[in-house]
Design a protein around this ligand. Structure first.
Ligand code: FAD
Length: 480
């Protein structure tokens, strides 16, 4: 069995396979092949003095259980850190200043009116239009709908442009006009269908959760919406790779897969050859491609053109993060809370900025403040053509214009993510179905990772675990 790609999805698949094969009493001979020199893929932490810098993801959602559950299985629960309780809230840069995101937002949907009125983020007509969601009839849209179209019709253009669009861009670095509602937030379709209103639906689910006790603190420690690991996100991937190796997998770093040879079938057992850049060959009866879709496409193309075309139809956004460390005394009172997002309508280079060490104090010594800026994304890539020095210059200009930061950072670096973020554009769910149909004849060949059923770390972990379950089912049927 071979897994190609040692990002979180590939490693989580390996871990789940070992766990599930153990339970099903399958002998497992497993190899994980990774092109880079280290494990983790997009999860890439590095340390500069006392600064803990995340080149990629800096945290994960605690509400999707797969992340926390995996940490618990790896013995990392006491390494999990909540967001700083003494800083609160995030901001939106809108019409010339940073405005606090109104309290009581549950997944973009307001649950309290007062904070909305006070925040000044939306005009009174904008708030009233948002409230019209309570009265507007439900609409059955055939097929898929864009995020922009859905939220504009439910909440109005102003709430979409000033509130929802920037929060979504902060997650997907995408263009909401092109993104699929069904693939990204299917829950909202359900809320509209069932309750006729997103606000009513959200309030009802909260009441239900409170009534059934789900909202009460569970036996474990209370977690904030986003959590991270004490020494950085790569604690997770290092522990995961260590455990997978300890449990018998062969881990191969620095080996790039360049081709997948035509499978041969003997007594219903399919055999695949993975050709490596260094001339090596790995033969396996089960292959999991846990690589970006544009890497999987040429590997699959010789076997299934339709499948390769579906993979190629998954676009990627190119982004960059810039981490800057300032002397804390040089920053003014506007640097408070967790950071800010910038609506596309403002036509700025930054998508978002996180006051990293206010959100996670252990990421910098108290005398310093670490800031992380997010740039690029669909339709906003222009600034990424600049070299690192010029890009940092642009980031500093943005921080001055948007947040009044005039000081010079003591340290600054850029991390580039060329085609780093898959985009679930309209039609993504039906493309995935067609992809599955095209791959069905190839027994023992699987695709997992951020390109398909969720980009967040818990989504990738869950996808890896689901993939392992499919593999164990396939092996059980084959054995029978
Ligand atoms: C800047 C940025 C910030 C993000 N922030 C967050 C966040 O805060 N929270 C969150 O939940 N998510 C975040 N995400 C999303 C999340 O990090 C990713 O979706 C997730 O880590 C992807 O995991 P993966 O295993 O699917 O892919 P990857 O991490 O891309 O792993 C794929 C692996 O395959 C390897 N590979 C590629 N080609 C080959 C080949 N031919 N042979 C062998 N190996 C190969 C690669 O080297 C890589 O290690 C962020 C993403 C980015 C880019």
């Amino acid at each position: 069995m071979a897994i190609v790609g040692g990002g979180i999805a590939g490693l989580a698949t390996a871990f789940a396979l070992q766990e599930q094969a153990g339970q099903a009493e399958f002998p497992l001979s497993l190899t994980v092949i990774e092109a880079a020199a280290s494990w983790g893929g997009k999860i890439a932490t590095h340390r500069v003095g006392d600064l803990v810098i995340e080149r990629g993801p800096d945290s994960f959602l605690s509400q999707k259980p797969a992340g926390l559950e995996l940490c618990a299985k790896l013995g990392l629960s006491d390494r999990i850190v909540n967001t700083n309780p003494s800083e609160k809230g995030a901001f939106v840069y809108s019409r010339g200043k940073l405005r606090q995101l109104p309290e009581g937002l549950v997944l973009f949907v307001p649950s309290k009116l007062g904070p909305f009125l006070r925040s000044g983020l939306l005009s009174l007509p904008g708030i009233m239009r948002m409230g019209a969601d309570l009265a507007l009839p439900r609409q059955h849209v055939k097929g898929d709908e864009s995020l922009a179209s859905f939220f504009r019709r439910r909440f109005g253009a102003e709430a979409f442009d000033r509130l929802i669009e920037p929060l979504m861009a902060g997650i997907y670095a995408g263009d909401a006009e092109q993104m699929s509602l069904r693939a990204t937030f299917p829950r909202f379709i359900e809320l509209e269908r069932k309750h006729g209103s997103l606000i009513r639906g959200m309030l009802a689910s909260r009441r239900k959760a409170a009534f059934s006790g789900q909202a009460a603190p569970s036996a474990g420690p209370r977690r904030t919406m986003f959590v991270t690991l004490k020494d950085g996100m790569d604690e997770l991937t290092r522990a995961l790779a260590g455990r997978v190796e300890q449990d018998g997998a062969g881990l191969q770093l620095g080996r790039r897969v360049t081709a997948l040879r035509a499978p041969s079938v003997r007594s219903k057992v399919w055999t695949y050859d993975l050709m490596l850049e260094d001339g090596g060959v790995v033969t396996a009866d089960v292959v999991v491609l846990a690589v970006p879709a544009y890497v999987a496409a040429p590997l699959i193309r010789p076997h299934s053109r339709p499948a390769a075309e579906k993979l190629e139809a998954i676009p990627y956004a190119t982004t960059a993060t810039a981490s800057l460390a300032y002397a804390a005394k040089d920053l003014g009172p506007q640097v408070r809370g967790f950071g800010f997002v910038v609506p596309r309508a403002e036509q700025r280079d930054l998508i978002a900025a996180t006051w990293t060490s206010l959100k996670w104090p252990h990421r910098a010594p108290p005398s310093q403040t670490l800031i992380r800026c997010y740039l690029g994304g669909v339709g906003r890539e222009q600034s990424l053509a600049l070299n690192d020095e010029a890009l940092l210059g642009r980031v500093k200009e943005e921080l001055r214009a948007l947040a009044g930061i005039t000081a010079e950072p003591a340290y600054a670096e850029v991390s580039r993510w060329d085609r780093g973020m898959p985009q679930y554009t309209i039609g993504h769910p039906s493309r995935l179905e067609a992809l599955q149909v095209a791959l069905n004849p190839y027994k023992g060949l699987y695709l997992t990772g951020a390109a398909y059923r969720g980009v967040g770390i818990p989504d990738c972990i869950k996808d890896g675990s689901d993939t392992a379950a499919h593999i164990v089912r396939y092996l059980t049927e084959r054995r029978a």
